[in-house]
Every structure is written in structure tokens, then in C-alpha cells.
Design a protein around this ligand. Sequence first.
Ligand code: ADP
Ligand code: MN
Ligand code: MN
Ligand code: MN
Length: 388
Amino acid sequence: MPNFELVDSSFTGRLARPLLQEVVSEACDTTPIPESRRILRHGDRNPTRNTTMPKYKLDYIWLDGYTPVPNLRTKCCVKEYESFPALDDLPLWGFDGSSTEQASGDDSDCMLKPVAVYPDSINEHQALVMCEVVLPNGDPHPSNMRATILDDDGAWFGFEQEYFLTQDGLPIGFPKGGYPGPQGEYYCGVGFKNVGALGRKITEEHLWQCLYAGITHEGINAEVAKGQWEFQIFGKGSKKAADDVWVARFLLLRLCEQYGVDVDFHCKPLKGDWNGSGMHSNFSTTHMRETGGKEYFEALMGAFETHREEHIAVYGPDNDMRLTGLHETQSIDKFSYGIADRGASIRVPHAFVQNDYKGYLEDRRPNSQGDPYAIASRILQTIATVPT
Ligand code: ADP
Ligand code: MN
Ligand code: MN
Ligand code: MN
């Protein structure tokens, strides 16, 4: 009779932590574990023999060198740790940069430097390891945008990621060779005819995976176009917020594999009277939240106007297709701001004005394919030009 029943690959991908935590905490206890409760995962410490260090599956994640939009890449390794590893416990690793547009074949080594680690809901003994790409001498690789951002722990960002779920190249719910009914009832819609069968299942499972990972996923809504959805990610510190968006994108892409669904992050996948996808970027600094004031706000908007082109340059490709002045956007070559104005470049929430121009602002121009590292970096650079 084996002492332990290994949980095998029939595991469905649902959250497993409570069960496992219970077992692990029992295993640390000196009281004997009842036979019926002895369920361990592969690699768990065997409390009767006490020989094996628990094995952890580490999924290293990085951004490749494709332009204008990098792809997420991942590969895993297995290592032994006493307990869930901290960032400092995770080794540098390498990959073949000639296969990711990051190196030439005759000098192909690129290095992965772990910068953030997340628990993975798939398994208690699995971690997501966000990495920066560095050169063998330790310098940032030219494709490494994260290394270029001025971090500011007082900067808070909330990114509203919009995207389409697609199957066989069409947004889910689009009939082959035709169109569904026009936009109107899909936004925050309920019912199969509005949101189909898969959208809510995927987006909610994604939400729980993000929360489990410690990512501040703040909400979901079905969007204006059929097959289009949004989630919001909030983070304190620009690197933290941007890492969390990339890991949330990773989790969504990985989850969708199981459903035979793709994620289309392009900002205007459908021509005609269909909304595009944005990534509204809400931001605040300590000064904006605590001091603010009308004068500072107007100076800030002046700086955003001055640097309009530099902002647009990092707000995602093909944004001219989306920032047309229609569909709740300002046109790409204008800068404007307005209270509660969803047709402005920057929307000023009512609460901001009521609170003596303190709080956060919403830059509505970044698009769904934008790199949150580059977006946060540019916003902070412009803010830094305005005296406080
Ligand atoms: P809407 O769709 O009306 O534009 P959402 O609720 O989708 O608004 O998004 C608002 C975003 O603002 C959220 O991502 C939230 O995290 C963010 N946010 C709220 N307060 C702050 C703040 N002080 N600083 C930065 N972002 C904030
Ligand atoms: Mn929103
Ligand atoms: Mn939206
Ligand atoms: Mn918004």
C-alpha cells in the first residue's frame, strides 16, 4: 500500500491551494496525518522519509525582440527549494536569442534576469518568474524597455486592458462569413446572444488566476464590440504595475490555449462601426494625490500637450486607426482634456476637480498593444518636467 497518492495530470487547472495548504501545514505538524488525508503532489516533502526537498516548476517569462510589439515567451525549469522561492533565490538563466530576434546565430546567448516572482494557481509548487533580458555582461539588452524606466514607488497606475477573444481568426460570436447584430447590447452584456458561452468562463478564470498570483486585478467587463472584453490591473510603482500587466496578459494567453481561443490585442481588428481596443492608463503620483491644485494640473496638461508626439510614439502601433475622434476617442493629432469627457485625450474624473484637483487622471490614448513599461516610463518622464 503506498503511503501517498500522487495527484496526477488529471488535475483540471482549478485552484488547488486550499487543499494543498491544508496538507502541507499538516505535514509540518507533529501529529500523525490520517491515512485518508495523505495526498501529496509530485516533489512534495515526504514526511515519513524526510529526504526530498520539494521540487518547484519555475516558468521564466520574458519579452522577445519583435517590433513594434514584443511577444511573450516562456520556458520552464525545475529546482528544489525548502519553500516557495523568493526573488533572490532564483538564478539567472539563458536562452537562444537568435530565435527571438534578440541575437545573431553566431553569438546567440541572451540572459534572463528574474525581476518578479508570482505563485501560479495551477500548482502550489509552481512559480511565474518575470524576467528582464540582459546581455552576458549584465547590461540591459536593447529590447529591454523595463530597464529604461525611472521607478517611482509613489506612482500608481491602473491599466484598463481591452482585447478581443478570437477563434479561427474571428471574434467569438461572429458567424462565419458575416456579422453579428450591431454594437449596442454587448457592453456589460448578459446572456448567450450577447457574450457567447466562453467569454465569461475565460475572463473569470483569468481573474482568479491573477488574484492568486498576487496581481491586483480589479475587475472585468464585456466591451462594446462582440467578443471584446476588458480587465483592469492596478499597481503601486511603475515597474510593479507594468510587470503585473505583462503577467496578466501571459495568464490570459496561456488560459485561452485550453479553449482553442486566441487573444487579439490589436487596437482595431475590425473595420467599420466596431470599437477598437485601448489600454486607458490611469495614473497618479504622490504629489498629484496629496498636493495637486488647479495650477499644477494646468501645468501638467501643458507638458502633456508639449510632448504629445513622444507619448503617441509609445502608445501602441496603428493607433491612427483607433484614435479617430469617433468611438469615444480624441483624434491622434489633437490633445485635449475634459471633465468626464470620454472624447478627450485625458479624462479628468469628477472627483479630481471636487477634491481640489487632487487624485488620478486617465490617459485614454494608449492602445491595447501598448507596452506598459514604455507607457509608464513616458508618463513619468513628462510629469518630471513639471515643477512641483
Ligand atoms: P472607466 O472604464 O470608467 O474608465 P475603470 O473602472 O475601468 O474606469 O478603471 C479605472 C482605473 O483607475 C482602475 O484601473 C483603477 O485601478 C485606476 N485608479 C483608481 N485610483 C487610482 C489612482 N489613485 N491612481 C492611479 N490609478 C487609479
Ligand atoms: Mn474601464
Ligand atoms: Mn473599456
Ligand atoms: Mn477608462
